[in-house]
Every structure is written in structure tokens, then in C-alpha cells.
Design a protein around this ligand. Structure first.
Ligand code: CYC
Length: 161
């Protein structure tokens, strides 16, 4: 896993140089947004289960997907879907704190599309759920922090698309 700080320092160290002004500027912006990120992570952690239920209600319930023949039927698959959404929310929150998407690539997206395809998990419905999660998260944390979370939830969307 990388974060904004190691992503700037490691290449500079390889060259044996100090950070260039563009890199320092990126770090300055990261530090300035630090309390916003920490506050959002705290709000998301405190209300994760209600964020997930609202996301599911907005995107997946009341359709064929939870009925016999749908991928969220029976309860075992419904539970697997909720669990996957909780992974997405938790890892996107880590990535938002680090301001770096590498943790999502390494621990969530690596091989996920192939796994879903082989299990018949519908990608389009999953993308709809992540889009709904973006809206629910923004409602909870506000527009500024919501924009930061959007970066990483969008990263999941493009990684699965
Ligand atoms: C299954 N989701 C799985 C599986 C994996 C993941 C590996 C197969 C193994 C299992 O059932 O547990 C995902 N595992 C992960 C991820 C990580 C991990 C992301 C990283 C931490 O360790 N079905 C739907 C919805 C969607 C859904 C649209 C929810 C958004 O219709 C999810 N995922 C879903 C379902 C299964 C699954 C239903 C079970 C499929 C089956 O066994 O038939």
C-alpha cells in the first residue's frame, strides 16, 4: 500500500534528490485537507452499516435481483453482496485517508471482475450500487469530503467496468 507521502518521497529518494516544488505543493494540499479526511473517515466508520442499508435500498432492493433466479437470492448471496459493499466502503475510506488508490487496486480490484464474471455476479448492478453509495456517502459527510470519497468510489467503478 502507498499513500500520498510515500508516493512523493520514494521516487525522490531513488534519485537522491529533495522534493520538487510541484511535489511539495501536492503534499501541502494533502496536509491542508487532512482534518477533512479524518473527520469523514470518522463519520463513515460510525455509520457504515446504515450507509450500506441505504445504498442497498436505493439501488438493489425491490427488483428481480433479490427474487429466486436473481444473484442476491437466497440469503447466502444477499449476505455476500452486503459484505462486498462493506469492503468497497471500508477500502475506499482507507484510500481517501491515504489519498492514494493503490490499496484498492491491490486488495479489492485485483481479479475482482474475473471473480464476478465466473460467479455470475452482475457487474452492471454492482456499478449501480457503488453509484448509489457515492450519493449516500456525500449526504452523510457533506460535499467537500464527498468529492474526496467520489475519487475512490469512482476508482472502483472504473476498475470493475
Ligand atoms: C461473491 N465476492 C464474492 C466472492 C468474492 C467477492 C471473492 C467469491 C467468494 C465468496 O462468495 O465469498 C469479493 N472478496 C471480495 C472482495 C474482497 C474479498 C471485494 C476484498 C476484500 O476478499 N451480487 C449481486 C450484487 C452484488 C453481489 C449486485 C453486491 C454489490 O447481485 C455480490 N459477491 C456477490 C455475491 C456473491 C459474491 C452474491 C456470491 C456469489 C455466489 O457464490 O454465487
Amino acid at each position: 500500500m502507498q499513500d500520498t507521502i510515500t508516493a512523493a518521497i520514494n521516487p525522490a529518494d531513488e534519485k537522491g534528490s529533495y522534493l520538487a516544488s510541484a511535489e511539495l505543493e501536492a503534499l501541502k494540499q494533502y496536509f491542508q485537507s487532512g482534518s477533512l479526511r479524518v473527520k469523514a473517515a470518522s463519520q463513515i466508520g460510525a455509520s457504515a452499516s446504515s450507509i450500506i442499508s441505504e445504498t442497498v435500498a436505493k439501488s438493489l432492493l425491490y427488483g428481480d435481483i433479490t427474487c429466486p433466479g436473481g444473484n442476491m437470492y437466497p440469503t447466502r448471496r444477499y449476505a455476500a453482496c452486503l459484505r462486498d459493499l462493506t469492503y468497497f466502503l471500508r477500502y475506499a475510506t482507507y484510500a481517501m485517508l491515504a489519498a492514494d488508490a493503490s490499496i484498492l487496486d491491490e486488495r479489492v480490484l485485483n481479479g475482482l471482475r474475473e471473480t464476478y464474471t465466473s460467479l455470475g455476479v452482475p457487474i452492471e448492478a454492482t456499478l449501480q450500487a457503488v453509484k448509489a453509495m457515492k450519493e449516500v456517502v456525500t449526504q452523510r459527510v457533506g460535499a467537500d469530503a464527498g468529492q474526496q470519497m467520489d475519487v475512490y468510489l469512482d476508482h472502483i467503478i472504473s476498475g470493475l467496468s
